[in-house]
Design a protein around this ligand. Sequence first.
Ligand code: FAD
Length: 464
Amino acid sequence: MENIQKSFDVIVVGAGTGGTTAARFIAKKGLEVCLIDRKPRDRIGDKICGDAVGNEIFGLLNINHPKSEELSCHIKGIKLYSPNLKKCLTLIDPKQAGYIVNRLEFGQRLLNEAIDVGIKQFLDKTMALDLIYNNGTVNGLKVKLENGEKSELKAKLVIDASGFYSPIRKTIKSSLIEKNISKEDSLLCYREIIKFSPKDQEVQDPEYISIILDQEKAPGGYIWYFPKNESSVNIGLGAFMAYKGKVKDFYQRNVFQEYIKASKFETISSGGGVVPVRRPLWSCADNGIMFVGDSACQVNPLHGGGIDPSMRAGYYAANSAVSAIEKEDYSINMLWDYNHSVMTSFGAEFAALDLLRIVLQHLSNDDINFGLERDLLSGEEILEISSKGGLNLSLVNMAIKAFKGISRPNLLLDLNYLRIKMNEIYRLYKTFPENIAKFPEWKEDVIGIYDKIKRMIVNTKKSK
Ligand SMILES: Cc1cc2nc3c(=O)[nH]c(=O)nc-3n(C[C@H](O)[C@H](O)[C@H](O)COP(=O)(O)OP(=O)(O)OC[C@H]3O[C@@H](n4cnc5c(N)ncnc54)[C@H](O)[C@@H]3O)c2cc1C
């Protein structure tokens, strides 16, 4: 492959939702972008996923909403079930309504649109191997090309959007970037897309995605039942990584057998995957490089949705890349504004939701049934938390809750302490330092909040 171009303004690794968005918005500014992916071009977008995406991102980026063959169905909102299924909260928020997409067609559209905007070179079946540095700054990438040849590609900047298992994050020479993501901060998922005859079985609540919290059937995660059309559903579950080897059995027993009653069905797709469920990496950039999407842990910790944030981050990274190239400065000081954009926007929500996720994962089914049945958290409050990462309860509301939760004072106290810490961390992220010099101090404050929440969980366990 002698005829490939080898030097660019930016190399983007991974043509998923994050990478195609970053590449597209950089190319739009007339810069030379090389996008690479290890998959063949016609499999780009083919990812094991719940396929749900809210509509907000398309307006925000001013790109086409899913339609025709890439659209499975429209979604009005979420139905959230307690473990004993006695309580169902219906969460409807026009901003969070959205789509179930056909992932392959959706991914192909994002790729084709990025190529049409003017990506200089797209290399499929090309594997990123390692970074190249010049004086401690990333300035290129070693790759294995389609024909098996190894090659070096040079660039002013590299954007890594190669997903959860990013080989680049794992091997980067950096004191800012975490190489490994802890097992407690990831969920192992398994899902199938099942098609049946509408005569045999009706799709339950076809305008809603349904989520069932159950610490026994899906420990640490949840069961999902998402409609695709009148005769197929995307169903699955996520659980702690410690259940490796058991998640498919959980699926068979707790999801498939419970929700598929049709005598005849077809399994259209099946498979597992890992999703990070924590706040974004401490820093999503270093000299000459930015990380986008799953590779930077930019996934909503509460529900595992990562399509929207990966696209947002792709857009922010593109803007920072364009400014850095204009100023010919590829240092972390220059790229810090990418961190600033991430942390002060969805990063703030995700940090607050991360605290909620950690506490929820330690509650028992009894606690969750009690909390949801007694309306300790109402539908509106859950929407407020999931859209703003915080909750501003009035004194009257707090008193009502105290009364309702009187038989479980510890649970109520814990939830109140959690609410205070969520608001605290949200404010901290909203005031993320504009300058890297103040970062260590800020990081200490964030660690302090996490420590307090972890201590609360330990004390609660001791008192039981
Ligand atoms: C089971 C499951 C269900 C989910 N459900 C939902 C949902 O309903 N809604 C939602 O919003 N999110 C969901 N998510 C999360 C969502 O899929 C991801 O957050 C999102 O796809 C992130 O996109 P990305 O661009 O960061 O990475 P990816 O989409 O993973 O793309 C990474 C790309 O990099 C390529 N690549 C990897 N390594 C290399 C390499 N070495 N060299 C070259 N290329 C490489 C891959 O081939 C791939 O194309 C789910 C995840 C899982 C696992």
